[in-house]
Design a protein around this ligand. Structure first.
Ligand SMILES: O=C(CO)[C@H](O)[C@H](O)COP(=O)(O)O
Length: 259
């Protein structure tokens, strides 16, 4: 692991170095990741407040002529809209089934580079695009590092079909009863204050698994979730990240899975 601060990536005002916001750290990690992008690449564009900095940086480098012939594969409609507005040429996995490099954020990262993703609800498209990538660079600020998956108190999201979603929610809770699991259907609050189920880009719902204790063998947990009828995909990204870039108060750390 190396640790450096790139002055080009920190805010212009030196005095701000001690008061970097979480968003500054996200931007720093994102800019570092874009250094891996080369002209001619098919690039998976992640979703979220960290990934959006990477998308902006790619468009900046395209405008400056420092990158050429990039094809972006967006992982959500939100990222699609952002990339279109910035003039990044886009395609999809049907036309480009092999992606050279994907860059995306995460909600949690464990020491083995296993991830939890999907707080933004884009886990299915993210897993499809990032699973098709030769390299998957994960970008986080240091608050995302955990000792074990589920360790930050945030949920492990599971995308489920709307049909009898409460039945599927109950089955998921039962599956991880030993880990003190509470499974909740994700809702969004409307302008009038009423709650409705949050709907993903794929027309599905999300059940969030809140875990009191370690769920143990992650591969076994993954298989058990995917075996449940009604489940579409879950937000544990196991063994997928090839590189992790962490920005913290004391610098940027790059960790390669195979390095
Ligand atoms: O998985 C995701 C969206 O589905 C995001 O990458 C994850 O939630 C991290 O988001 P942010 O960078 O905003 O913290």
């Amino acid at each position: 692991m190396g640790s450096t601060f790139d002055p080009l990536l920190t805010p212009a005002d030196d005095s701000a170095a001690v008061t970097l916001t979480q968003d500054d750290l996200k931007r720093i990690a994102a800019y570092k990741a874009v250094e891996y992008v080369e002209s001619g690449m098919v690039v998976g564009l992640g979703t979220g407040s960290t990934a959006k900095h990477a998308v902006s940086r790619i468009s900046e480098l395209l405008r400056e002529g420092k990158l050429r012939d990039i094809i972006g594969i967006p992982t959500s409609t939100t990222t699609h809209v952002q990339a279109i507005s910035l003039g990044i040429p886009l395609s999809d996995l049907d036309s480009h089934p092999v992606v050279d490099l994907s860059i995306d954020g995460a909600d949690e990262v464990d020491p083995a580079l296993n991830l939890v993703k999907g707080r933004g609800g884009s886990l299915l498209r993210e897993k499809m695009v990032e699973g098709a990538s030769k390299k998957f660079v994960v970008i986080v600020d240091e608050s995302k590092l955990v000792k074990h998956i589920g360790g930050s108190g945030l949920a492990v999201p599971v995308e489920v079909v709307p049909f009898c979603c409460n039945f599927t929610r109950g089955k998921l809770e039962e599956l991880f009863r030993g880990a003190g699991c509470k499974a909740k259907l994700r809702v969004k609050v409307g302008s009038g204050g009423g709650e409705t189920a949050a709907v993903t880009d794929n027309g599905n719902y999300v059940v969030d698994l809140y875990l009191e204790r370690d769920i143990g063998d992650l591969d076994a947990a993954s298989e058990a979730i995917l075996r449940l009828p009604g489940v579409v995909e879950h937000g544990m990204f196991l063994g997928m990240a090839t590189t992790l870039i962490v920005a913290g108060k004391f610098g940027v750390t790059v960790k390669d899975r195979f390095g």
